[in-house]
Design a protein around this ligand. Structure first.
Ligand SMILES: Nc1ncnc2c1ncn2[C@@H]1O[C@H](COP(=O)(O)OP(=O)(O)OP(=O)(O)O)[C@@H](O)[C@H]1O
Ligand SMILES: [K+]
Ligand SMILES: [Mg+2]
Length: 727
């Protein structure tokens, strides 16, 4: 159940039309966090091999091939053998040419299948991005003074620019990404998140970010547009799932360079084979030489490399995490430390005032009145909840419009940790009220020459020790500066966090909570959530500094946060996961967005990162050892006529030189298709030490790669040896 927003009327139940499409094809799941998106056929659907075939053919374009050195060489070889088949036709030359082209097509197919999954998702998302009409406020400069009565004009959503202000009412679609600057509303974000339970979006706090394409269910919001046309969250999400924006990671580039180097070495080897062969009196045809080259170079990993990367991103999308950079996904596999912010990340983030506690001998009503006055212009959820409590429990009316204008408001900032008001009306002229973190308010009173009784600290400490956040309220009037009492703010730790942090610990990841809140509250929440360490009273700079400090110690750091005060830290972290509930600043700064706003999602992100690294390593090992075996098929076949002794190498007992070479080439092509499911699904990851993982994979995929071709080539040889011209 969602907490009722302070000023909102009860949220209507969201539309749960079972036929409504979600971005990922499945029917919308019932509400609830952390559910999985599953599709029939799991992560790999054999049918997609057929449906992606046309795209695989399109990828034969030289420009597309040129970015993959290994495949480019295979394609050049295919051109050569095709030419030679045309000039001196033979069954052997044509069969080899055909299978060389198939090798390239199969490699393209791996990539096309990986991308195809995203294309289907992108299609659904495109349908979400409706041609909405926006209602823009005229006279933008007046915003903040008179949002309610402002005139509006209608225009296509596509024409909206950053810093336009738009009004969105119940039932309407939010026309662009932005931050709520006025109002509280229930929003149905299922179009983007697949999550049908409505979420609360409100101005002032860390839950102000809204996404274009989502629908307002209740009330009315004024939104300041933050996205440029064509660069909205939905646009980026579409580009992401389509793989259009995917850039190679440094690791991938390094591997490509290694593969290119191996390819060059083997080209040199094959080029020098010819003079040796002619010296021995066994001149080899172009077809045989090309076949030798193709079996030697690492075609398997060359073909699957980009599919592995795309599939990794895709697996994250399945978990409702949008990764803007592949590099971050890889870094996630090696994370040492996870930093989390408290409010809105570890806790639900709707910190609400639940009680006003006056100091001994002071009047509760006077405290409520001061608390309310100090919060009239405080647009944070905390500030609004103070006004609501004053009204509901103490029946305090809000001052009339005219009175409100005779005041200077002091806005809350994460640096000052205070907010308040300086009154200038009638008998109240000269009265200053502040509320905020205990240390800051005590300083403020002291600065004006006042004294703070010891009870103030006792009261705030008691609230903090229970995990609540105390705000001291102080006034400075003709009786001097003094503390009136405490506001008790309450927040709730998200469900099931404790067990999940224990899991992170087992994975060897240290969790650190960094919060702007006081040390006692921080300790209570840290204990309840089960983090390893915490830093309290952290300013945005402190959060950033702590990450830099860890990184300087050689650690890879992930940061999870939702607030504008988290943005610098999110940008600095190797993996910055922004909560989807957070501000647009946080979402812009991070390199991942978690649509479920679940801080423990990092567990899955880490697993997917590790799985990506392991899969790539395993298939590279397989690819390289696999080529060794083909040696034994081709070399004896090439020289059997001149060096009878070499037939000792023909341990597979292959039928003839032509059938041996053909079998090796056919196997080389088929193994790509056979490994596409593994590349897309990923090698299974079980938590264990890096050393164990390496050893296990080297034996499994190294040995497998060595043995598989012997069996496969022998089988193919048996099958084709009866074909005239090959046998
Ligand atoms: N509206 C407000 N008016 C006055 N003081 C506030 C207000 N909101 C928060 N504070 C005080 O300022 C402190 C810092 O708030 P800030 O938003 O920077 O961090 P936080 O939300 O408590 O923690 P986190 O960084 O984990 O989200 C709070 O702990 C509280 O004591
Ligand atoms: K090969
Ligand atoms: Mg926060």
């Amino acid at each position: 159940m969602l907490p009722a927003p302070p000023h909102a009327s009860p949220a209507p139940t969201p539309s749960t039309d079972p036929a409504a499409p979600t971005p990922y094809g499945g029917a919308p799941a019932p509400g609830g966090r952390g559910r999985r998106r599953s599709r029939p056929g799991g992560l790999f659907d054999p049918k997609s091999l057929l449906t992606s075939f046309p795209e695989a053919l399109r990828k034969l374009h030289p420009r597309a091939l040129a970015t993959k050195p290994v495949l480019f060489v295979v394609a050049c070889g295919a051109v050569l053998t095709t030419l030679s088949a045309v000039l001196t036709p033979s069954v052997f030359a044509w069969v080899i040419s055909g299978w060389l082209w198939l090798t390239v097509v199969f490699a393209n197919l791996a990539e096309a299948v990986a991308e195809g999954r995203g294309r289907a998702q992108a299609e659904t998302l495109r349908r979400t991005r409706t041609d909405t009409v926006a209602r823009r406020l005229r006279n933008n400069w007046r915003v903040g003074i008179d949002l309610r009565g402002a005139e509006t004009e209608t225009l296509p959503a596509a024409d909206l620019q950053p810093f336009d202000f738009v009004v969105v009412e119940a039932g309407e679609v939010i026309p662009a990404d932005g931050d709520v600057v006025d109002g509280v509303a229930a929003v149905d974000e299922s179009a983007v998140t697949g999550e049908s339970a409505p979420v609360i979006r409100e101005s002032g706090g860390d839950r102000s970010g809204v996404t274009g394409g989502t629908r307002v269910l209740s009330d009315r919001l004024v939104v300041r547009v933050t996205s440029r046309p064509g660069q909205s969250f939905l646009d980026r999400m579409i580009a992401l799932v389509e793989g259009a924006t995917r850039q190679r990671t440094p690791n991938e580039i390094a591997l490509h360079i290694l593969l290119a180097a191996l390819t060059i070495v083997f080209i040199l080897v094959v080029v020098t084979v010819q003079p040796m062969a002619s010296y021995a009196g066994a001149v080899q045809s172009t077809t045989v030489l090309v076949a030798l080259l193709v079996t030697l170079i690492p075609t398997t990993i060359g073909a699957l490399l980009s599919a592995i990367g795309i599939a990794g991103m895709d697996r994250l999308v399945q978990r409702n995490v949008l990764a803007m950079s592949g590099r971050a996904v890889e870094a996630a596999g090696d994370i040492n430390t996870l930093m989390l912010d408290k409010t809105g990340t570890i806790t639900l983030g709707n910190r609400e005032a639940v009680a006003f506690v006056p100091l001994p001998g002071l009047d509760e009503l006077q405290l409520a009145d001061a608390a309310q006055l100090s919060s009239l212009a405080d647009e944070t959820p905390e500030g609004r909840s103070v006004v609501v409590l004053a009204k509901n429990k103490y029946g305090l009316r809000q001052p009339a419009e005219g009175e409100l204008e005779h005041a200077d408001y002091v806005e809350f900032s994460a640096l000052t940790r205070m907010s308040g008001v300086d009154l200038r009306w009638a008998d109240r002229s000269g009265v200053a009220i502040r509320k905020g973190a205990a240390a800051q308010v005590i300083d403020w009173v002291a600065l004006h020459g006042g004294e703070v009784p010891a009870e103030a600290r006792l009261f705030t400490d008691a609230i903090a020790a229970s995990g609540g956040t105390p705000l001291l309220v102080a006034v400075h009037d003709r009786y001097g500066p003094r503390v009136l009492g405490v506001i008790h703010l309450k927040d709730v730790v998200k469900d099931g966090i404790h067990e999940r942090f224990a899991e992170l610990r087992r994975m060897g990841i240290r969790t650190v909570m960094i919060t702007g809140d006081n040390p006692l509250t921080a300790r209570a929440i840290a204990q309840e959530a089960g983090v390893d360490d915490y830093l309290a009273e952290a300013t945005p700079e402190d959060k950033l500094a702590l990450i830099t400090q860890e990184q300087e110690g050689g650690k890879l750091v992930a940061m999870t946060g939702d607030g504008t005060n988290d943005a610098p830290a999110l940008a600095q972290a190797d993996v910055g996961v922004a909560m989807n509930t957070g501000t647009s600043a946080a979402k812009e700064a991070g390199n991942m967005v978690d649509l479920d706003s679940d801080p423990t999602k990092l567990i899955e992100v880490v697993e997917i990162g590790k799985q990506l690294l392991i899969t790539r390593g395993a298939l590279t090992t397989f690819s390289i050892t696999n080529d060794v075996a083909k040696y034994f098929a081709i070399i004896p076949a090439m020289f059997a006529g001149v060096y009878p002794g070499l037939s000792a190498l023909n341990i597979m007992g292959l039928h003839s030189p032509t059938s041996a070479i053909t079998s090796a080439i056919i196997f080389n092509a088929l193994i790509i298709i056979a490994l596409i499911p593994l590349a897309l699904r990923g090698v299974r990851y079980t938590p264990s030490s890096a050393h164990d993982l390496l050893r296990r994979n080297l034996t499994r995929y190294g040995l497998g790669g060595l043995i598989a071709p012997f069996v496969g080539i022998k089988l193919i040889d048996v099958l084709i040896s009866g074909i005239p011209g090959l046998g």
